[in-house]
Write a protein that binds this ligand. Structure first.
Ligand code: HEC
Length: 101
């Protein structure tokens, strides 16, 4: 399972994280909030969290994010594929972006 393979070492199987080290994803308002902010966090990492930009496809990140947004009492609308396109494009410098598209 993608969450188990990529995320649970830090955020734990039950989504409770480890106090003082890894934030809980269960009952977390950021996780159920703005989908673009969540996509950017997973794509680019933050603080002690690695980037998954090159190791996961948009589809895989979508499956994982929909899983964390719908598990452990979390309830949020599914994330859309277009959000990943935006997250990928948004952090590339403009010169690079014009070559990609
Ligand atoms: C090596 C440990 C590690 C792994 C693996 C990891 N994370 Fe994280 N994650 C962190 C840390 C540390 C933070 C807190 C970063 C900060 O803001 O300082 C974090 C933050 C987050 C946040 C933001 C939480 C908030 O309240 O702001 C989300 C969402 C998240 N991780 C999801 C994931 C997902 C999904 C995966 C798997 C694809 C994953 N993480 C894999 C360590 C990890």
């Amino acid at each position: 399972m993608l969450y188990a393979q990529n995320c649970s070492a830090c955020h734990q199987t039950g989504g409770n994280g480890i106090v003082g080290a890894f934030p809980a994803l269960a009952r977390n308002t950021f996780v159920v909030g703005d989908p673009l902010a969540v996509a950017r966090t997973v794509m680019d990492g933050r603080g002690g969290m690695p980037s998954f930009r090159s190791s996961l496809t948009d589809e895989q990140m979508g499956l994982i994010i929909n899983y964390i947004r719908g598990s452990w009492g979390n309830r949020a609308v599914p994330i859309m594929p277009a959000t990943f396109a935006k997250a990928r494009g948004g952090t590339l410098p403009r010169e690079v972006r014009s070559q990609v598209h």
